[in-house]
Design a protein around this ligand. Structure first.
Ligand SMILES: Cc1cc2nc3c(=O)[nH]c(=O)nc-3n(C[C@H](O)[C@H](O)[C@H](O)COP(=O)(O)OP(=O)(O)OC[C@H]3O[C@@H](n4cnc5c(N)ncnc54)[C@H](O)[C@@H]3O)c2cc1C
Ligand code: FES
Length: 263
């Protein structure tokens, strides 16, 4: 669907440790695809640029985003109260491709990268695909009771760097032995080092089963400023705007070596 620019009312805010889920009304016909994002005005203190947040949930009348606080814009957004107005542009970008032969999907999230994968998992299950969500975070307290809530909806496995919850280690330590490509669809979102490690684990044969959502810093969100360019494999040396031609890219589309060098 073409993006809509709309003002809406915050219906509910649920706090989970360092993040909050914001639930708000959406206009008729609003139909985001998993992996697409909303560009939200985080006003106050002269902050003019919108901030991108993935669609975390959608039920026809309302949608939600999960906002992790990292700076001024996300802090402002997290402080909104039910009844406050939000200024939203979206849905934007290219989302995940849901079609595939494999009946089993491994969803691999680092930190707030869990947001698009939760919505994706919901859609895959509606299509009869078995989905497991692997989620890595620094510490078990980071996202409060969100893991419990998500665990009621999806098969969830946790890893924490400090070992305070789930398996000690990174999210990649959770993946089943032998999951190096064939037989699974892989969907991932998280910090670039996590995506690089996953890609090198799957390369070369498994990259065709991988889709990643990249978390580039964005300005316009519309493909105009080229501030979010990521290197792609074809044609060699080329870049694509993550906001318009992504944020989801196929594992074979990206030039992983140039991504590694620029990290
Ligand atoms: C397509 C897309 C979807 C996203 N979805 C979500 C989501 O669902 N939930 C969520 O909490 N966040 C998400 N993000 C990240 C979110 O947009 C940023 O955290 C936010 O823009 C930061 O704004 P700020 O004003 O709070 O921080 P700033 O003051 O702008 O920056 C504070 C710190 O955060 C770092 N930072 C800012 N933007 C990013 C980024 N895009 N990636 C990594 N580090 C960044 C800066 O380098 C700086 O260190 C997404 C980003 C993209 C590109
Ligand atoms: S943010 Fe401007 S081109 Fe992507």
């Amino acid at each position: 669907m073409p993006p809509l620019l709309f003002k809406t009312t915050l219906l509910e805010r649920r706090d989970y440790g360092c993040a909050s889920e914001l639930v708000f009304r959406v206009p008729p016909g609003f139909q985001p695809h998993p992996g697409q994002f909303l560009h939200i005005l985080c006003d106050g203190e002269g902050r003019l640029l919108r901030r991108p947040f993935s669609v975390f949930g959608h039920n026809g009348r309302s949608a939600s985003v999960l906002v992790r606080e990292v700076g001024g814009g996300s802090a402002w957004l997290r402080r909104r109260m039910p009844g406050d107005e939000l200024d939203v542009l979206g849905p934007l970008g290219r989302g995940f491709d849901l079609d595939g032969e494999e009946e089993e999907a491994l969803l691999i999230a680092g930190g707030a990268g869990v947001a698009p994968l939760v919505y994706l998992g919901q859609r895959l299950r509606e299509r009869g695909v078995r989905a497991t969500l692997f989620w890595g975070m620094e510490s078990g307290k980071e996202y409060g009771t969100l893991p419990e809530r998500l665990g009621e909806e999806i098969d969830l496995r946790l890893a924490t760097t400090d070992g305070s919850r789930g398996k000690r280690g990174t999210v990649l330590d959770l993946l089943p032995c032998g999951s190096s490509g064939a037989g699974f669809r892989y969907y991932a979102c998280g910090p670039r080092p996590m995506l690089l490690s996953l890609a090198s684990r799957l390369a070369p044969g498994g990259l065709s089963s991988l889709q990643v959502s990249v978390e580039e810093r964005m300005a316009c969100g519309l493909g105009a400023c080229r501030g979010c360019a990521v290197p792609v494999a074809d044609p060699p040396g080329a870049y694509r705007a993550a906001c318009r031609e992504g944020p989801v890219f196929g594992g074979e589309e990206l030039d992983w070596e140039r991504l590694r060098v620029s990290t």
